[in-house]
Design a protein around this ligand. Sequence first.
Ligand SMILES: *Cc1c(COP(=O)(O)O)cnc(C)c1O
Length: 422
Amino acid sequence: MPVTTAAAAATAPALGPDVDALRRQDPELAEILLAELERQSTGLQLIAAENFTSPAVLTALGSPLANKYAEGYPGARHHGGCEFVDVAERIAVDRAKALFGAEHANVQPHSGSSSVLAAYAALLRPGDTVLAMGLPHGGHLTHGSPANFSGRWFEFVGYGVDAESGLIDYEQILALARAHKPKAVVCGSISYPRHLDYSAFRDIADDVGAYLIADAAHPMGLVAGGAAPSPVPYADVVCATTHKVLRGPRGGMLLCGSDLAERIDRAVFPFTQGGAQMHTIAAKAVAFGEAAAPAFTTYAHKVVANARALAEELTRRGLLITTGGTDTHLLTADTGRFALDARTARGRLAAAGLVLDTCALPHGDVRGLRLGTAAVTTQGMGQEEMTRIAELFAAALHSDAEPGRLRGEVRELVRRFPPYPG
Ligand SMILES: *Cc1c(COP(=O)(O)O)cnc(C)c1O
């Protein structure tokens, strides 16, 4: 099979100079890498949890640090030869602390879920009661799904959002906290489009003597750019991913005060993980460095402005946006006047090259669509393009849509905003 298309070849620098060597050695896999690069470079990536990392982050990820075993922490490793990776991890920790104003950072969690597992391991015992957003309302798997360790090992009580407004009802959370006396309250969601009132969550946790765990996997990039309130001053432990709006490598991190530092570190290694992934930690350091630059503040605010514009333009075209808009990078929508079930809608959109997720919606058991603007904003798109995306979106949902023609128009739009300019 021919290895690549013209479009992929034009953007192949994103894969580094070694792609030609890989092509000679393993054309089958080289073709997959190039095909995925082309997929990312020719469609609209609207999945709320995704972004495009910088070439610098990709370089760290593809570096020989990937070879290094480094169990433990800098200066206290179980392996020899850690003199350079120790420095990389110290830099990552220092940058994370400075970026978020935290007393302590642990940058080793392999993913957001691993960071939540470690937070629970540090603060809870199996069988403890935890109050978190219910999964049908936007809670994550790690917030009590019976298919996940969280639901198996802890007693979760779920809070929700108001059926009419779609907004979090803090009175209800306080009432549930008083009734169930949880050991921890978790705030954070995979789909809630509004800012959280961390101070209100802190008051509720204090009212019942519970820990407050903020699972800020989604908004942490906005926090870094000053476009969302920070959970750091309020939560005992903050869990996060580094790959969503924050635009770093796939992975997790934890922030806490000095009082919990040792417990958190031991909960990551040796309790829930073995060797740290030093290439990923180096890439996290690069991403934290990028996020500390003024350009990232501009980026974070633009992400929100784009999400607001997109919500408005989609509303104008008949979609029903939960809570009537957004404060963040993400929005959730009912297909509104198109009256399509979410899976059909997602399929039609995918056929036109608009890639997004379905998600649970608060009213009843309907599913909706969830989309975000982190990736398209990294590509340099602005308000004008949000209007264009909304047009394409509505056109793709029509029963008489022509997916082939729309796919061409999406390709043309994205061609002007390549994620990895040659
Ligand atoms: C994305 C997310 C996670 C999990 O991240 P993974 O890296 O996929 O494990 C956890 N909690 C919330 C709220 C998230 O949005």
